[in-house]
Design a protein around this ligand. Structure first.
Ligand code: FES
Length: 106
């Protein structure tokens, strides 16, 4: 298991134990986290699973892949540490990961 902390825009924290192999987006769904809509179901085509990776975790999580880079254009308030949660595969090495959910205007 990898324990992931999801922090809503308003600051509310949720800690979810996620099975390795799932994505950070799937972990959010299991934890019923609001703000990660994942409209395309993980197909990297909607941009609604946008999260900010905590700076302390950026190196371990890695950067965006080329498809993700194109899709994230649909998201709002993109920052250098923005990732699409469906494109981050959970591993034991990500135990303790912290991601923040951006403000959504929808
Ligand atoms: S769920 Fe649609 S891009 Fe991640």
């Amino acid at each position: 298991m990898a324990r992931i902390t999801y922090i809503e825009f308003g600051g509310r924290e949720h800690v979810v134990d996620v099975v390795p192999g799932l994505s950070v987006m799937e972990g959010a769904r299991q934890g019923l986290i609001s703000g990660i809509d994942a409209d395309c179901g993980g197909g990297c085509s909607c941009g609604t699973c946008h999260v900010y990776v905590d700076p302390d975790w950026q190196a371990r999580v890695g950067g965006r892949n080329p498809i993700e880079d194109a899709t994230i254009e649909f998201a709002e308030n993109v920052l250098p540490n923005s990732r699409l949660a469906c494109q981050i595969t959970v591993t034991e090495a990500l135990d303790g990961l912290v991601v923040r959910i951006p403000e959504t205007l929808r």
